[in-house]
Ligand binder design. Structure first.
Ligand code: CAO
Length: 439
């Protein structure tokens, strides 16, 4: 035996609520106290439970509808044979509805399948506050639990930032599209979309091929390598005097012009020889170090298409003129996009010089699997105390970023101190390739 029963919204104690979820579907068999729809008032979300056992014949509301006490929202074919014990005797109060939130409810609910599709999420506002309380329907929480989604990571697009099912679905879809994160299982909040055009005129320009490739690598290196950046200044006065003197004497028809970088490369090669850990990489399993017996230095080159880092081979075995000639060739071809793949590979350590452009310091990002990178900023004249008076000295700012898994802070300080000292030794930096005579 069965009879049709109109199910109405019980006394809520508030004027109106919004339907935020349909928890059952037509044809579904429901039990007493099983949630039929989820609604939201000003302060809370709640499920409206079924007062009887039976089969859902018709659902008369959609998500987004505003309903109030007495609204008949569902037609139920009540299973009378289930007896009075299967029927709720008194309509539930607001308090009981609130306590029936799915966090504690063991009831099974079918996925919502209202006739009206959920609204496409609008871009969430950029001013949402992380850590704010999470407002969501029990069904949304259940869906999140099923997918193992941490609701604090999900951006709510409902009214007042309420989390909707579609937000959880979008979050899962984006996580799948991003693919597996690093092996370290990093869990970071997805960036929040911003409607830039809302605030003024904009233009969208595609990243270059190089930028598309280097961006993810930089990001990976930034978040997976524990960076420490150590700063120092080298007294570059003597080297600069040598360099200027050399360049001033170049014949009209040309010659090898020297820039500060080749001296820095020579000094780095000497420091790497002295501190081989800076020329090592972690093994794949991370339980040993691989020491290289060669010194190929990466040199960051600014090109119209983005940053390119070719390798200068065997820097320790070349003099500053050979290095200068190779640097001009490599950086020129990098700017023209004419480097071969193998010219970008096999680097031990990178030098990134922004000294030709400006700036007092910057913190370079290590290029995995290298253990460290040197950033060079613009040299400037400074008054340096020599024990009796201030002397004008050309000071070269250095920033050494190193992988703290490989290098301890003390060794970082030793390396940059040795490097600074080496940059003051014009005679060794300008020695011939075999180191036996000055050039
Ligand atoms: N302090 C003061 N002046 C410096 C200097 C420094 N640290 N480094 C270079 N200069 C001067 C040079 O002496 C030269 O001036 P003169 O012609 O009067 O001698 C001028 O700046 C230009 O030098 P340069 O930058 O063209 O030459 P370089 O050999 O020093 O550098 C290269 C070559 C390829 C590294 C450089 O052109 C370049 O691309 N730098 C950018 C690297 C970069 O983008 N790094 C960032 C990576 S992280 O995003």
């Amino acid at each position: 035996m069965s009879a049709l029963q109109e199910i109405a919204v019980p006394e809520l104690g508030i004027d109106e609520v919004e339907v935020i979820d349909i928890l059952v579907e037509v044809g579904e068999q429901v039990n007493v106290e099983q949630g039929l729809i989820a609604v939201e008032g000003d302060k809370a979300t709640m499920d409206i439970p079924s007062p009887a056992q039976g089969k859902v014949k018709e659902i008369r509301v959609h998500t987004g509808d505003r309903i109030s006490t007495g609204t008949q929202f569902l037609l139920l074919e009540v299973d009378e044979e289930a007896g009075a014990s299967q029927t709720a005797e008194v309509p539930p109060s607001v308090e009981s509805l609130l306590s029936a939130r799915a966090e504690s409810s063991p009831q099974r609910r079918a996925p919502a399948r209202g006739p009206k599709p959920p609204p496409v999420p609008a871009p969430p506002p950029a001013d949402a506050v992380p850590g704010a309380p999470i407002f969501s329907a029990p069904s949304v929480r259940r869906l999140a639990r099923e997918f193992g989604v941490d609701l604090t990571q999900v951006r709510g697009t409902g009214r007042k930032g309420r989390l909707l099912k579609v937000d959880v679905q979008t979050f899962v879809r984006q996580a799948l599209a991003r693919g597996p994160q690093t092996g370290d299982g990093l869990r970071v909040a997805a960036p929040r979309p911003v409607d830039f055009a809302k605030y003024g005129a904009i233009e969208e320009v595609a990243l270059t091929r190089i930028q598309k490739r280097s961006g993810p690598a930089l990001h990976r290196n930034w978040v997976t390598i524990p960076h420490v950046t150590q700063f120092d200044e080298a007294d570059f006065t003597e080297v600069e005097a040598f360099r200027k003197d050399h360049n001033a004497k170049l014949p009209e028809e040309g010659g090898t012009k020297l820039t500060p970088l080749v001296f820095i490369l020579k000094a780095v090669a000497a420091a790497l020889t002295k501190f081989p850990r800076f020329n090592s990489s972690l093994s794949e399993g991370g339980d040993s170090l691989i020491f290289r017996k060669y010194i190929h230095l990466g040199v960051a080159v600014d090109t119209p298409e983005g940053l390119v880092v070719p390798a200068l081979r065997d820097v320790d075995q070349k003099d500053i003129f050979q290095l200068s000639t190779e640097l001009v060739d490599l950086s020129g071809r990098a700017r023209e996009g004419k480097l071969a793949i193998d010219e970008l590979q096999g680097k031990c350590f990178t030098v990134s010089s922004l000294g030709g452009i400006g700036g007092t310091q910057f913190t370079p990002i290590i290029n995995a699997p290298e253990a460290a990178i040197l950033g060079v900023a613009r040299a400037s004249l400074k008054p340096i105390w020599d024990g009796q008076a201030f002397q004008p000295r050309l000071m070269l700012p250095l920033a050494l970023s190193y992988d703290h898994r490989i290098i301890d802070g003390a060794d970082g300080a030793r390396f940059i101190t040795a490097l600074s000292k080496k940059l003051e030794e014009v005679s060794t930096l300008t020695a011939s390739a075999d180191g036996k005579r000055s050039i």
